[in-house]
Design a protein around this ligand. Structure first.
Ligand code: ADP
Ligand code: MG
Length: 610
């Protein structure tokens, strides 16, 4: 039998490799721009003709290449970025495989002009389908320019596979967004068919984000809340959107060590931090940078893949979620509704003497989820007497103005509104509208509060705080209740029993599907059917079991809070109502109920009077 194994010629091997690295014009853009960044450029322009089908040019002011390197760069496995295998564990460059240029040159014709900083002359290399056509001195400027023409001209199947110009251009723009966001300090421009699409100045991350995405939306910057945390495992920085800015398909970016990545698992962490703050089917905006030790991520993934594997994924998940939660909590949004200066969006509501206890993150590997929300910042048992003082501190508000508004209301509607406070008292005037709502005047207009939702929020945070502090307040029942659940419910029940008991229930199983209710959380005194509540909790937990959106203890707290809120406000006195408002504004998130529904609206004078 004769031997049948051949070694493929380089040109063919490169073309096959190119199939993986270079899938479309956008891949060329990505590779060339990344090379320019690795070369230390601080100004890069990308010039596209016909969505990259005709030509793609990337010009940089980086360090350039020597005469020999310019030729060498096109060899497969030619790289200046690593010299031995161990280098890949401490990589800080975008590329290292030495495949991109060889691949591009195998499926297009390429003109490279490059000149090293301070060199007397530069080099021109022309190459098509892996054959060198020219390699000579050239009088180009310092830096490097790659011109890639007729992509896939020698691979008709590939060329046919390209989508419409619009689609291909969109892919290019997406790649451009990714590198532009990852490198805000680099001046970057993108031209398509001689039209500028982006001309981005060097700047900070926020400026870059708004330069790219802020065009369509007014006040885009005001929708961004900074996040920042530095632990010895990961450093997280960037911005997340306000819950209100969430949309059906939101702009979401993760970067790991300056490289764009997709990370469905970390995405869930962010999502989870927003639990109950978002309208159904909406996604939060985010731009998040993660920095980790290079050796703790697996860079040895395929070059076109955007997934990155982290060593400490679970811990980073918790840190990320905590960090987003903290920022969302600290910058709750009521003030932005109530402030006249629209550019001070992110202003904590706390006054100097009511500072939230700053949240601490625990770095041990058995991370405690209770430590992940900003503990203690929410409900406080000692309430200020005059809740609207909480506003005043921030409002520089003119008492005359407020009085004017309030007096108006009073004089016009005194008879119908017996609950509307005492007219010679400045603070805490409110009226109750249709049983359900509290109406009161604030500087920027008329604030309407949904009482039940407010109560839900307050109770929810109270329960969570108790849990965080490990305080379990149980009230024993004189006559234990007997409850029966179905076999299905029993399965879930067993699983969540520790969480249920943590919030103060005292339950004793008597058979696989029956149990005695011996005690209930002390805050629960007023509610009726405890068996029903427990069944609802079980339903909630099994319903959303697959979503990371909420921890089990949060679901339990939510359902319990709802049960309490349902009945509580009906028989509340005036003092209790005042206390309710005061407690609400001490909550971490006073304007959304724990299930994401709006608690309050403010009708500005303009809304009312046009
Ligand atoms: P890699 O980036 O993985 O090293 P490439 O095929 O993309 O492989 O590039 C090969 C080499 O060519 C790089 O290692 C670098 O030395 C050189 N090179 C490529 N582009 C540039 C550029 N714009 N400026 C300077 N050197 C470059
Ligand atoms: Mg490269």
């Amino acid at each position: 039998m004769s031997d049948i194994i051949n070694i493929l010629p380089d040109a063919i091997a490169n073309q096959i490799a190119a199939g993986e690295v270079i899938q479309r014009p956008a891949s060329v853009v990505k590779e060339l721009v990344e090379n320019a960044i690795d070369a230390g450029a601080n100004r890069i322009s990308v010039v596209i003709t016909n969505a990259g089908r005709t030509s793609i040019q990337v010009v940089d002011n980086g360090k350039g290449m020597s005469h020999t390197d310019a030729r060498m760069a096109f060899e497969r496995h030619a790289t200046s970025k690593i010299t031995d295998a161990s280098d890949i564990f401490s990589l800080r460059t975008m590329g290292f495989r030495g495949e991109a240029l060889a691949s591009i040159a195998a499926v297009a014709s390429v003109e490279l002009r490059t000149r090293q900083t301070g060199a007397d002359f530069g080099t021109l290399v022309e190459i098509a389908a892996s054959s060198i056509l020219r390699h000579e001195a050239d009088s180009c400027v310092e830096g490097t320019s790659f011109l890639v023409k007729n992509l896939f001209y020698n691979v008709p199947a590939r060329r046919k596979f390209l989508k419409s110009d619009n689609t291909e251009l969109q892919h290019i723009i997406n790649e451009f967004h990714r590198v532009a966001l990852a490198n805000p300090h680099i001046e970057l421009s993108l031209y398509s068919n001689n039209e500028p699409i982006y001309e981005l100045q060097a700047g900070n991350f926020k400026q870059r984000i708004t330069a790219i995405f802020g065009k369509k939306t007014r006040n885009y910057a005001n929708q961004l809340i900074a996040i920042s945390i530095d632990t010895n495992m990961v450093k997280i920085s960037g911005f997340v959107g306000t819950p209100q800015s969430a949309t059906r398909s939101a702009t979401q970016f993760f970067f790991a060590n300056g490289r764009y990545m997709r990370h469905p698992y970390f995405n869930k962490a962010v999502q989870a931090a927003y639990a109950n703050m978002l309208q159904p089917d909406t996604q939060p905006i985010y731009f998040i940078n993660l920095e980790v030790r290079p050796e703790s991520i697996d860079v040895n993934v395929h070059p076109t893949k955007t997934e990155i594997k982290f060593e400490d994924e679970k811990e980073i998940f918790s840190i990320l979620m905590a960090s987003v939660k903290e920022s969302l909590g600290k910058f709750n949004f009521t003030p932005s509704l109530d402030f006249e200066t629209s550019d001070t969006v992110a202003m904590p509501l706390y006054t100097a003497d009511q500072k939230p206890d700053m949240f601490k993150i625990s770095l041990n590997s058995c991370y405690n989820p209770f430590a992940s929300s900003s503990g203690g910042g929410g409900y406080k048992s000692s309430l200020p007497k005059n809740w609207d003082m909480l506003y005043e501190k921030h409002q520089h508000h003119s008492p005359q103005q407020t009085q004017a508004i309030q007096t108006d209301c009073v004089t016009q509607q005194t008879e119908q509104l017996p609950i509307f406070g005492n007219s010679d008292e400045m603070q805490n005037k409110f009226l109750i509208y249709r049983e359900k709502y509290l109406v009161t005047a604030v500087k920027s207009g008329l604030m309407i509060i949904d009482r039940q939702r407010a109560m839900e929020r307050i109770t929810y945070e109270k329960i969570i705080l108790q849990l965080q502090q490990g305080q379990k307040a149980t009230q024993s029942l004189l006559f234990p209740d007997v409850a029966e659940i179905t076999a299905d419910e029993a399965v879930v029940f067993d699983e969540i029993l520790p969480d249920i008991e943590a919030i103060g229930f005292d339950l004793e199983k008597t058979s696989h599907n029956t149990f005695n209710i011996k005690g209930v959380p002390s805050i629960l005194t007023d509610i009726g059917n405890i068996e029903e509540l427990l069944k609802e909790i079980i339903a909630d937990v099994s319903d959303q079991a697959s979503t990371v959106g909420k921890e089990i203890y949060e679901k339990i707290a939510l359902r319990t809070a709802k049960a309490i809120a349902k009945s509580a406000f009906r028989h509340s006195s005036e003092q209790e109502t005042e206390a309710l408002i005061a407690s609400l504004f001490q909550c971490e998130i006073p304007n959304f109920a724990p299930d994401g529904k709006k608690i309050l609206v403010i009708l500005s004078d303009a809304d009312i009077w046009g």
